[in-house]
Design a protein around this ligand. Sequence first.
Ligand code: DC
Length: 222
Amino acid sequence: MNKKMIITIDGPAGAGKSTVSKMLAKRLGYIYLDTGSLYRALAYKALKDKIVLDDDSALDSLCSNISIVLKKIDGQMKVYVDGEDVGDKIRTEEIGLTASKISAFAIVRQRLLQLQREAGAQGGIVTEGRDMGSVVFPHADYKFYLDADIEERIKRRHKELFGKGNTSELQSIQKDMLVRDKQDSKREIAPLRPTSSSIIIDSTKLSVPEVIEKIIQQMSSK
Ligand code: DC
């Protein structure tokens, strides 16, 4: 595996994409790019500036007036919004839902496309999101689609939020996740779905190292 490849990992919220992508990137000595954080960056600014979200012209001005910069730090692309390292601030359920909502708009997707392609231009990247294999990197070397049963995804998200001191109820996480699944997969532009060349992995009963092994196996067998 000498070539600096582009590896995409798409899938629904809570399927384990971030953990798997981060570990895979580390193992390969690649950069890790979490594209959800770019949509979250826009949502963060929209909420901060109290922008009415289904108004096209407000989204237009949001997209024109935001500075989003990706900086390569410790093998990861970190996101800066108007010069601010937004780090953990964008990892809330509210921002996730808002990001999902605004991600259905063409202007938002267009605003972030170039940024994502530039980040992957040199290869040597593991990038995760919803449309990595279908739209952003259609010529990726390997396209994975990571899925898991909804109950398992809810449990994982609950554990993750709990670890960060957030005591959201399972029920409210379930509600948010169903909304996000629907919004992300039913939208007209770049909906979440595997491509014809995606390798689908169901992680419901697998640990993170087991998922990584499956990915590495697939990559060595092709
Ligand atoms: O991966 P995430 O949960 O941080 O992403 C937040 C939202 O951003 C997700 O619900 C939909 C949107 N998104 C997208 O539309 N396309 C991507 N490539 C990544 C995220």
